[in-house]
Ligand binder design. Structure first.
Ligand code: PNS
Length: 167
């Protein structure tokens, strides 16, 4: 049987332990998981795409069947290019559902051969989002345990760099 390649797409600005949890779960079901970091020129991210790639590669280097890549354009076109037949998305709460359902059904319409599979993260991460992590750190709170240690360090460095720029 041919190998099943899954793509786990997202902004990952920054990578959280919720993302890592979903990737580790996916590793058990798929032969390969490609973490696809979206190059989105419209958004103003905290971390550049190369910084996010670097973080993901370091954090995920222990997982043999995980790769980190970037993409732009339609997700389904990228999936086709890399031979992925599965799109993995995490579902934390009902509030995620509407947006995720719209994307899954649009992607199915665009490419019926690619199936979206939803996974729930471990309970401690069900409320964790990249947006909240950035907000908490920017306002002086800590996010220990919610993001990989490396991300915590990089968030601290970003904050210090921004403070220096303002001074
Ligand atoms: O982490 P995010 O920001 O929720 O991820 C959103 C992502 C990257 C999965 C979504 O924006 C996406 O797939 N963008 C690529 C463009 C595309 O294919 N748009 C149509 C999807 S229905």
């Amino acid at each position: 049987m041919s190998e099943v390649v899954a793509i786990y797409p997202g902004s990952f600005d920054p990578l959280t332990n919720g993302h890592v949890d979903i990737i580790q779960r996916g590793c058990r079901f798929f032969d390969r998981i490609v973490v696809g970091i979206l190059i989105n020129l419209e958004k103003a991210p905290l971390f550049t795409v190369p910084e996010r790639v670097d973080i993901a590669r370091i954090v995920l280097k222990g997982s043999a069947n995980v790769e980190v890549d970037t993409f732009d354009g339609l997700l389904v076109d990228y999936a086709r290019r890399i031979g992925a037949t599965v799109i993995v998305r995490g579902l934390r709460a009902i509030s995620d559902f509407e947006y995720e359902m719209q994307m899954a059904l649009m992607n199915r319409r665009l490419s019926p051969d690619v199936e979206t599979v939803f996974m729930m993260p471990a309970e401690p991460y069900t409320y964790v989002s990249s947006r909240l992590v950035k907000e908490v750190v920017a306002l002086g709170g800590t996010v220990t345990g919610l993001v990989p240690t490396l991300v915590e360090e990089r968030l601290r460095e970003k904050k210090m760099a921004r403070q220096t720029l303002k001074a």
